[in-house]
Design a protein around this ligand. Sequence first.
Ligand code: CA
Length: 231
Amino acid sequence: MAIRIYVVEDEPSLREMVQMNLELDGYEVTCLSDGLTAMNQLSELGTADLVILDVMLPNHSGLEICEAIRKSSAVPVLFLSAKGTTTDKIEGLKKGGNDYLGKPFDLEEMLLRVRVLTEPARLAQKQTFHELILGHKVLNFETYTVLDTATHESESLSKKEVDLLRFFLENEDKVVSRDEILDNVWGKDVFPTSRTIDNFILHFRKLFEEDPKNPKYFHSIRSVGYRFTRN
Ligand code: CA
């Protein structure tokens, strides 16, 4: 499931730039362009994973909107504002904002702050995976075991296998490259070969697929990587 971000910004070029770059990073972005629309969608804003809020907006200021959001939600709020003085930052934080970026800002810095502010949402999503059911096989993410509900036999998996399955589940229906898998599951400082991943997939197919030669769940995407799907 993607991390959901609302961007409330009245400057079209900035709004589009922010949206495009967040989407490139894999976030699901909804944009609003004025204060009144934002006030009318408070419950949507409150249930997002992050709200990026411009301070100077038509109809209602970002500060007012943040104050209204805070009445019912603890969603992280990142202020963007041309008024970059310390007093303005303090005012923004007093209204319940979590972070403040003065305009113009460095894109890289904005993406890093977004990354930090959405970390709790990312962790919460990870923790929601307790099991994965594929056909009559059930993987328990806490015990690393796969139970065959037809035969009642169970098999243990290694931590890496479970991490990789969790990564597939987090990226369900998306094509993931071998490099992405290596970065996310093995970490940047470890260098297993792509062949390692292929062997893991062979094992998953043997374990979960009814017909490993004609996989339903673990698809190879030629010269790119893999796509996991439960449909
Ligand atoms: Ca503005």
